[in-house]
Design a protein around this ligand. Structure first.
Ligand SMILES: [Zn+2]
Length: 419
């Protein structure tokens, strides 16, 4: 069989593996609370709060969609015309067009152009966050964050670009196979090192201060059978008033993080409800599930790029001879951008299911639906979240069930438990 034949077979198997992993590992059988219960929960929220949240979300919306649209247009303009390949050539010219210079500098230049053209929308978003009192960092802090994130992306991007084009040179016929394995490995590696290498670039993390709340949280984790060395507090208040918590990392780098804003704004029982939810993620191995499906998806994407990238009309449009050249990087990026936009709703749906399971875990672990509901109200009011967002937006990108869904689920739990 030719390399192409093997690639078609590999892609089919990887596609099957992604679907099977998602089917088996994601809890699909949990229906959301009935719509009538959600609407009842919505009616119980203060009208001014809901209106202000909707006004805020409406203010963010045009910039958000515009950034998405412009990002796509720029990616297509660079990838489906010779513009991108010229940009790569230009970046490599001071180094005599050496392939390493084209691969790293050219690749980064293409990404930078796309980033810079959507920069006005990021700035606009920040101005809205500031106007509504959510951002606390000012333009100086915003600029520093931006430069830091460019630097982090440049380092990770340079390693990925150099690795990718080295593999292509070493194995010109079979690069897609090594590339697929490399992409999957990179996803796992990033999931492992992000909490210890990248997150500290943006925030300081300190162990939660000893006290009754910390003791209760550690006891709860022990009761839950989730070994947690510490609950870490992130200094999120340096850039936002929003409250949040999350788990990240794999194995030895796994951690439960709460925002300092959460400790400041929420009552201890609400913090317990939040941490119980995060313990649910840890116990049900949601980070490994996302990492595994992400790794399989990344591997499949590399093979798909190899196959689609040999289609002559596409190569002609991009003004390149082969998708494997550094000059074709913009074409590669255009295909990846389209794939990202198409897969967003699938990833969001998967995330919502895992989040609903973590909510159920939090309710069972704390046995305190009232605190859970209070916590949902708190998050929605402080973060100016629309408790019942527009359906299309929800289906396309919501990573969490809506506030009214979560409150309705807590009330259903309370009814069943007779509390
Ligand atoms: Zn969660």
């Amino acid at each position: 069989m030719s390399p192409r034949g093997w690639a078609v077979l590999t892609l089919a198997l990887l596609g099957l593996a992604v679907v099977l992993a998602a089917l088996v590992l994601v809890p699909w059988q949990r229906p959301p609370a009935p719509r009538a219960d959600q609407l009842a929960a919505l009616r119980d929220l203060p009208t001014e709060q809901v209106e202000r949240a909707r006004e805020f979300r409406a203010a963010l919306r045009p910039g958000g969609w515009a950034a998405l649209g412009i990002g796509l247009l720029v990616a297509l303009a660079l990838g489906l015309t010779p513009l991108g390949s010229r940009l790569v050539e230009l970046a490599g010219r001071p180094f005599g067009g050496h392939w390493i210079a084209q691969a790293i500098l050219g690749g980064l230049a293409v990404v930078l152009v796309a980033d810079l053209l959507t920069l006005p929308f990021s700035a606009w978003r920040h101005s809205v966050l500031t106007r509504y009192g959510l951002a606390t960092n000012g333009w100086g802090g915003w600029t520093v964050d931006l430069l830091k994130s460019y630097a982090v992306s440049a380092v990770i991007g340079a390693v990925a670009l150099l690795g990718f084009y080295t593999v292509i040179r070493l194995a010109p016929r079979w690069w897609w196979a090594f590339g697929a394995a490399g992409a999957a490995t990179l996803v796992v590696l990033l999931s492992f090192v992000l909490p210890v290498l990248v997150e500290p670039v943006f925030n300081r993390f300190s162990p939660m201060e000893p006290g009754p709340l910390r003791t209760e949280l550690m006891d709860m984790a022990a009761r839950d059978g989730v070994p947690v060395r510490d609950v870490l507090v992130a200094d999120a208040s340096r850039r936002t008033r929003a409250v949040n918590a999350y788990v990240s990392g794999l194995g030895p780098t796994r951690r439960v993080v709460v925002y300092d804003t959460l400790l400041r704004e929420a009552t201890p029982t609400e913090v317990k409800a939040v941490v119980a939810h995060e313990l649910g993620h840890a116990r049900d191995r949601d980070v490994p599930i996302f990492t595994l499906t992400g790794a399989l998806g990344a591997a499949a994407a590399v093979v798909a790029l190899y196959l689609i990238g040999s289609w002559p009309p596409l190569l002609r449009m991009a003004g390149v001879d082969s998708i494997a050249q550094p000059r074709a990087f913009a074409l590669l990026l255009a295909l990846v951008t389209v794939a990202g936009l198409v897969s967003t709703p699938v990833q969001a749906l998967m995330s919502r299911r895992l989040e609903a399971r973590a909510d159920a875990h939090a309710l069972a672990l704390t046995g305190d639906p009232a605190a859970f509901e209070a916590m949902q109200r708190r998050i929605s009011s402080v973060n100016l979240g629309d408790p019942d967002p527009p359906r299309g937006e929800y289906l396309y990108s919501a990573t969490h069930p809506s506030t009214v869904e979560r409150i309705a689920a807590a009330r259903a739990y309370a009814r069943e438990a007779g509390r």
